[in-house]
Design a binder for this molecule. Structure first.
Ligand code: PLP
Length: 393
């Protein structure tokens, strides 16, 4: 059967491809260290599990309002006020089936054929694909490594055209872990406002920060910015709840309302019991979130040192999320491979370390390593990578 044009150019997720290969090797009995994962290695905290169980037992297993149960929306509104200094009302918020589906729904709602969305590279793999699925055109700008993987207002201004609808800001970033500070966001936000370009601020890694710099939401910088921003967030990364599929978007009613209508005809609503679990996550104490953050922070410090010690590998120290994004271009050359993809494939085959080539993130000189694995596994992985590089010199 002839498939729809929209799926013909879809690129399979780079992360999933390496994970599949790693699993295949594991299945053959190999001792594989997987650094490809995009999710915390912790279990969802017990108080959240209890809330879901209670919801289930109390019969809260039916359809809910499309945009989410009022109590969860209220908890999200309180979270915005507490953490970000932002005031939203219920009409400004939609709860979605993960942050990914908030983004998907958003692009479906705002893009017409040929509309452009600026996506700074390195980028999270789904942004360009989701833009294309909405018949939009992703326009890439390079967030240079020398500039700590941040784009400048000048870069942004240069690529804006009359067709530009939105720009994606992901801070802290997957895959680089970089974070924009208040002044940088101010300048980027001004360019967007000047040209009537919507800011899509993906703040999913907000709670995973390892620097003294605070997380700043661009929407909080002024009322005008707030009216020109859609915030994307969720509990997947902050509360180790990736499988529960609860995310949300907040922004102007004119965008949130059609998103809710679209959701009513696609997902109907996010899973009821997962919404009650997320409600507990936001209503209860935050200690488990902080405990996880501290463990990630310790791992980052150790892995960062170990990687930078390997000849041909250099790494900008990330400030957030749970990834390192080293430049391995010299190591690739030294070891005689043509591309990062070939290098990563050989590393997996020879030393059984799975990491994700940067190609899928728009960064063909880098690889992404997730430190959502135990400290012992990280140390062993670094040792294996070092041996691989040395063996091929
Ligand atoms: N945004 C970024 C930058 C991510 O890295 C991810 C997950 O990997 C998501 C959004 C999606 O999160 P969720 O699992 O809530 O759909």
């Amino acid at each position: 059967m002839e498939l729809a044009n929209r799926v013909k150019t879809l690129t399979p997720s780079a992360t999933l491809a390496i994970t599949a290969k790693a699993n295949e090797l594991k299945g053959q009995g190999h001792d594989v260290i997987g650094l490809g994962a995009g999710e915390p290695d912790f279990n969802t905290p017990t108080y959240i599990l209890d809330a879901a169980e209670e919801a289930m037992r109390n019969g809260l297993t039916k359809y809910t309002p499309s945009g989410g149960i009022p109590a969860l929306k209220q908890a999200i509104i309180e979270k915005f006020a507490r953490d970000n200094g932002l005031t939203y009302s219920s009409d400004n918020v939609i709860v979605t089936t993960g942050a990914k589906h908030a983004l998907y729904t958003l692009f479906q709602v705002i893009l017409n054929k040929g509309d452009e969305v600026i996506v700074p590279a390195p980028y999270w793999v789904s942004y360009p694909e989701q833009v294309k699925l909405a018949e939009g055109t992703p326009v890439f700008i390079n967030a240079e490594e020398e500039n700590n993987f941040k784009v400048t207002p000048e870069q942004l201004r240069k690529v804006i055209t009359p067709k530009t609808k939105a720009v994606v800001i992901n801070s802290p970033s997957n895959p680089t872990g970089m974070m924009y500070n208040r002044q940088e966001l101010q300048k980027l936000g001004e360019v967007c406002l000047e040209h009537n370009v919507l800011m899509v601020s993906d703040e999913i890694y907000e709670k995973l920060i390892y620097s003294d710099d605070p997380h700043v939401s661009v929407a909080a910088l002024s009322d005008e910015f707030k009216a020109n921003t859609i915030i994307i967030n969720g509990v997947s990364k902050s509360h180790a709840m990736t499988g529960w599929r609860i995310g949300y978007a907040a922004g102007p009613v004119g965008i949130i309302k059609p998103m809710t209508s679209l959701a009513s005809h696609s997902t109907s609503n996010p899973t009821s019991i997962a919404q009650y679990a997320a409600l507990a996550a936001y209503r209860a104490y935050e200690q488990p979130v902080e405990d996880m953050r501290r463990v990630f922070s310790e791992r980052l410090d150790v892995l960062y040192e170990l990687l930078n010690d390997i000849p041909g590998i250099s790494c900008v120290k990330p400030k957030g999320a749970f990834y390192l994004f080293p430049n391995v271009q010299n190591a690739v050359k030294q070891t005689g491979y043509d591309t990062v993809d070939d290098w990563a494939k050989a590393l997996l085959e020879e030393e059984k370390v799975a990491l994700v080539p940067g190609t899928g993130f728009g960064a063909p000189e880098n690889v992404r390593l997730s430190y959502a694995v135990s400290m012992d596994a990280l140390k062993e992985a670094a040792e294996r990578i070092k041996r691989f590089v040395e063996n091929h010199q």
